[in-house]
Design a protein around this ligand. Structure first.
Ligand SMILES: C[S@@+](CC[C@H](N)C(=O)[O-])C[C@H]1O[C@@H](n2cnc3c(N)ncnc32)[C@H](O)[C@@H]1O
Length: 288
């Protein structure tokens, strides 16, 4: 099993600074095309907004949806929200998706569809080609013959302005604190503290390999308006792991402010709101 990690996720922060994530999932949900009798596995389900939304269809038949997520805070919020909504066919489980292959009750080919929105760039961040292949094999083992996997994740070029500002500011402080060359600090922050993996269409075809037929794949530039939490709320929630590179809490806070100052200029629109340069990679693959 993966070692226990700090839970950087908070459903309150997610709803304040990233509520657009499930709201903008219409297209990948269309690709998934949930039907009333579908038995769906949602990988990296977060606070369950999309699961509860799909429950409306599944409740009309024998369908159900099971969400897994490595964040206990997100799974607690999803469980509570499903109970409040009376979504009895939604179930949730705390699980690191990289442990799917070692989770026998999810490897019995019982799912008609597997789904994932905005989670694979976290799950596969830091995973090598072998681990990625293992993950897709495990997603396949969860699926019944002929089942489909529809996923959307950050694609090559996603939030490039945010990533540049984060790596630049954190590396500059690290280089000053440790007396190492700036270029070495940049490489270290990128290798050890950037949690994301933003690949392209060619990667998707390669990573899925011969066990799947890729039916659709696309990468789309989708500029996205920030939530009320603004740029600062976004980097506090999603960028938290970059700041782990800095041991001093006061230094981390100053660095976060420095990044926010840059992005509040770069990302500001004429109407005063902030826009982030999202790029989405969408894939629909059929298990062979
Ligand atoms: C941006 S949220 C997306 C949540 C949800 N799918 C949605 O559309 O709102 C990313 C989610 O991936 C989860 N996650 C990150 N790494 C994970 C892993 N290794 N295994 C399972 N879930 C993971 C996080 O806890 C978080 O809830």
């Amino acid at each position: 099993m993966a070692e226990e990690k700090e839970d950087h996720w908070s459903s309150e922060a997610y709803q304040h600074s990233a509520s657009f994530v499930p709201k903008l999932a219409t297209k990948i949900v269309q690709w998934l095309d949930p039907q009333k009798d579908d038995v769906i596995l949602d990988i990296g389900c977060g606070d369950g907004v999309l699961d509860i939304q799909m429950h409306e269809i599944l409740a009309q038949g024998s369908g159900s949806i099971h969400g897994i997520d490595s964040s206990p805070a997100m799974i607690a919020a999803a469980t509570q929200a499903a109970q409040a909504a009376g979504a009895s066919k939604c179930t949730f489980e705390v699980l690191d998706a990289l442990d799917l292959a070692r989770t026998p009750h999810l490897q019995r080919g019982q799912y008609t569809k597997v789904f994932s929105n905005a989670a694979l760039h976290w799950i596969l961040g830091g995973a090598g080609a072998g681990q990625q292949a293992g993950f897709f094999a495990a997603a396949g083992a969860a699926l019944a013959a002929g089942g489909r996997f529809a996923f959307e994740m950050g694609g090559l070029g996603n939030v490039a302005e945010v990533r540049a500002a984060l790596i630049g500011a954190v590396a500059r402080r690290l280089a000053a604190a440790e007396g190492v060359a700036h270029a070495d600090a940049v490489r270290r922050v990128a290798a050890r503290h950037d949690p994301w993996f933003f690949p392209d269409e060619a990667w998707a075809r390669r990573a899925l390999g011969g066990a799947w037929r890729v039916e659709r794949v696309e990468r789309e530039y989708r500029p996205t308006t920030a939530d009320p939490g603004g740029v600062e709320g976004w980097i506090r929630l999603f960028g938290a792991r970059f700041f782990d590179a800095l041991p001093d809490p006061a230094d981390r806070e100053a660095c976060l402010r420095e990044v926010a100052d840059v992005l509040e200029v770069v990302c500001r629109r004429p109407d005063g709101r902030f826009q982030l340069g999202y790029v989405r990679l969408r894939v629909l693959a059929r298990k062979l």
